[in-house]
Ligand binder design. Sequence first.
Ligand code: DHK
Length: 149
Amino acid sequence: MPHSTLILVLNGPNLNLLGTRETDIYGTHSLADIEASVRQRAADAGLAVEFHQSNSEAQLVDWVQGARDRAAGLIVNAGAYTHTSVALLDALRAVDLPIVEVHLSNIFRREEFRHHSYVSQAATGMISGFGPQSYDLAVDALSSLIKNA
Ligand code: DHK
């Protein structure tokens, strides 16, 4: 078990609109609902949570950089930056921590441009397609990665 029991959960652009945005794809749960569930699940696993959302690529890069030497692992839903951001990939590669990539939707059942993920090239693994439950599953996955490290 690493010294830190802190996990960062980072959410990218438009995820602040969850619950009202394209509900046929993303569902009716808000990001606050997801955060509450993640906090409960992490607490049950003995982990503390910092939960963030930003529409800014630079802010996401700064949070990833800040995780170095401080956190035990990361959960990342980079939203559309998943498919575009080499900057985020480079930041994630600079962090020597377990990383769980998460998506509400199954990105491989959607448009072709969503099938490629830069985040995946740095992530330990990916959970995609289970709606808000993807985050809970990501906590479970990260928790076992941290405990077995
Ligand atoms: C969320 C987004 O905002 C999209 O840009 C991604 C992801 C998929 C999700 O399913 O959580 O393509």
